[in-house]
Design a protein around this ligand. Structure first.
Ligand SMILES: Nc1ncnc2c1ncn2[C@@H]1O[C@H](COP(=O)(O)OP(=O)(O)OP(=O)(O)O)[C@@H](O)[C@H]1O
Ligand SMILES: [Mg+2]
Length: 245
């Protein structure tokens, strides 16, 4: 049984068919890539999986259970976390406080953080994540003072706080310098070796090819190809939408 199973998802925005029957699956322990030109429907797919948007049709199953149409916090509680294409930490809170606000009980967590009443075990977990990602020295800085790449790492730490079964990453390398790309890439591989499953949207093909074991290509709301990174780059349909060849 797949860890994440998306079946025949459809989503329209007045007149625009953002998703037209998307099906895909992610097995436990995999890193699966999702590529496609701007406007292909990648983020919309993430929004429909995570409950940020309600699909018009189709179903999403996580670890065998239907999660279609559940609100985001319920989906998070079932073990699915995400990061956003544009990172948006709580700029005034410290890096550590941001991680403590991590899913899946964000609302309660936010109060606990505001009241400085975080249980010790949670604080230890947050420290552990900051250390693992190389952010420990910045733990008490306001998140807004961190570089964009560091904010992306912080978003990853926050997503990991709830010990998710699967993490959906929306362009983890976009707007990040080459050294930081290497660092993020290596940490994602280390997390995967520890058992974390990932579905990763990315335009940086070179980085994604080194990360993902399997890749889906999306164009105009449909899956047009699926396969290993090597194979997908040679698929005529993919070359066509990227280079018009
Ligand atoms: N909330 C919305 N309201 C109306 N149209 C939307 C909305 N969200 C997305 N769209 C449209 O749906 C289509 C798919 O957008 P989406 O953001 O999913 O693409 P994407 O593959 O993530 O692109 P990019 O690589 O640029 O991030 C686009 O035509 C977009 O304009
Ligand atoms: Mg997008």
């Amino acid at each position: 049984m797949a860890l994440l199973e998306v079946h025949d998802l459809h989503k329209h925005f007045d007149g625009v068919a953002a998703l037209s029957g998307v099906s895909l699956h992610v097995e436990r322990g995999e890193i699966v890539g999702l590529i496609g030109p701007n406007g292909a429907g990648k983020t919309t797919l993430f929004n429909c999986i995570t409950g940020a948007l309600r699909p018009d049709r189709g179903s999403v199953r996580l670890d065998g259970e239907a999660i279609t149409g559940l609100p985001p916090h319920r989906v998070a509680q079932r073990g699915l976390a995400r990061t956003f294409q544009l990172v948006r930490p709580f700029a005034e809170l410290t890096a550590l406080e941001n991680v403590l606000c991590g899913q899946p009980h964000a609302r309660e967590r936010l109060w606990a953080v505001a009241l400085r009443k975080t249980p010790k075990a949670l604080e230890e977990r947050a420290w552990g994540l900051l250390e693992f990602l190389g952010l420990a020295a910045l733990a008490h800085r306001p998140a807004g003072a961190l570089s964009y790449g560091q904010q992306k790492l912080l978003a990853l730490a926050t997503a990991l706080m709830g010990e998710p079964k699967i993490v959906l990453l929306d362009e983890p390398f976009a707007g990040v310098n080459p050294t930081m790309i290497e660092h993020i890439l290596e940490r994602l591989k280390a997390l995967n070796a520890q058992g974390v499953t990932f579905l990763v949207i990315e335009h940086n093909m070179e980085a994604l090819m080194r990360l993902a074991q399997r890749v889906y290509a999306l164009a105009a709301g449909r899956v047009i190809a699926e396969g290993t990174p090597q194979r997908i780059q040679r698929t005529p349909e993919v070359l066509e939408v990227y280079y018009g060849q």
